[in-house]
Design a protein around this ligand. Structure first.
Ligand code: SAM
Length: 317
């Protein structure tokens, strides 16, 4: 088939020059980029997946900007602050231990693993009925069925104001409707996500329970909510309600112990001296990555942010 004929088929921003065509329903990858020749002929499930949840602090930008951080060999991939799972979905590990303390997050992953078709058909139903009235009716609802629950969370996540996640004191989602109306995306690939999740242990727990299980052969990626120590200069303790300063201290102790047991640790965090001071430079090397962020779209709020990357020194082979 000529390049012109396949031009209008699927292309992958992660792999410039790669085009996916299907022969009798079987994916086949074409590439013009020499770097990606080795991918030619591989089936689609080996390509990075896109997050299906829009999540605060999502790291899709990081895997695109600095993929080298994640080019690791390991027996098991471990991610205790899963959220939207951008790095997990990018890496597509064949053996994983993942978790999050947020029950909504875990509900979605569990249902996606067991019943992706059910979620997709529920989302299609929400798409047809989507309106202001429907949004608030769904927001108020408390389904008991796991698939309906997961579809409700995804529906709200995709149509709420700015994709924010916020709950009231009773744990009830309370973000108003936003301007986005797409509930089902053309590039949703729930089947591939579900297949990937078959090879994962998914836990609803505090990070320490997961980190304490890590050792040799594990690649441990930790992306906590960013919190810094109050420096008495009015510095905002960003996200302190979600993750206190003592949680940050607990994390540093747990990651250091995991490193000593032989795990390769990679942690993203707030680029702040208080956070750097928690990590022993004899165990960890630190670098920064900057990114451009537009919070409201207004010129004044567009800024470059610097984030800290903390990595096991002398990474274990
Ligand atoms: C910055 S987000 C992770 C984003 C993720 N890397 C992504 O790409 O979407 C941090 C996550 O940590 C979770 N979290 C907060 N406190 C936690 C704790 N004590 N133990 C485990 N997870 C926690 C939050 O629910 C949230 O999903």
């Amino acid at each position: 088939m000529s390049r012109q004929k396949v031009e209008n088929l699927f292309t992958y921003p992660e792999y410039p020059g790669c085009i996916d065509i299907r022969v009798l329903g079987r994916p086949l990858l074409l590439t013009e980029n020499p770097r990606d020749f080795e991918l030619a002929g591989k089936v689609l499930p080996d390509l990075p997946l896109k997050p299906f949840l829009k999540w605060p602090g999502g790291k899709r930008w990081l895997v695109q900007r600095a993929p080298a951080f994640f080019e690791q060999t390991y027996d098991r991939y471990v991610e205790p602050f899963l959220g939207g799972g951008a790095v997990y979905l990018y890496n597509r590990p064949r053996n994983a231990l993942v978790g999050d303390v947020n029950p909504d997050v875990i509900c979605v992953y569990n249902a996606m693993r067991s019943s992706w078709r059910g979620i997709l058909s529920e989302l299609r139903r929400h798409q047809i009925r989507h309106s202001e009235h429907h949004y608030y009716a769904v927001r108020d609802a408390e389904p008991h069925d796991a698939v309906e629950k997961a579809a409700r969370i995804l529906y709200l996540n995709r149509t709420c104001f700015n994709g924010i996640y916020r709950v009231n004191r009773n744990g009830k989602f309370n973000v108003p409707k936003g301007t986005k109306d797409s509930v089902v995306f053309p590039d949703d690939n729930f089947e591939a996500v579900s297949n990937l999740l078959q090879a994962a242990v998914i836990l609803h727990c505090d990070f320490e329970e997961i980190v304490s299980r890590c050792g040799a052969g594990d690649f441990l990626f930790a992306d906590p909510p960013y919190t810094v120590r109050h420096n008495n200069n009015g510095f905002i303790k960003y996200n302190e309600k979600l993750f206190s300063w003592s949680d940050q201290q607990r994390l540093a102790v747990a990651l250091s112990a995991a490193h000593r047991r032989g795990a390769n640790v990679l942690c993203t965090n707030a680029d702040h001296e208080s956070v750097r001071a928690l990590y022993d430079p004899g165990l960890f090397e630190m670098s920064t990555v900057t990114r451009f962020s537009s919070i409201s779209g207004a010129a004044a709020s567009r800024r470059h942010f610097s984030e800290l990357v903390i990595r096991s020194r002398g990474r274990h082979a």
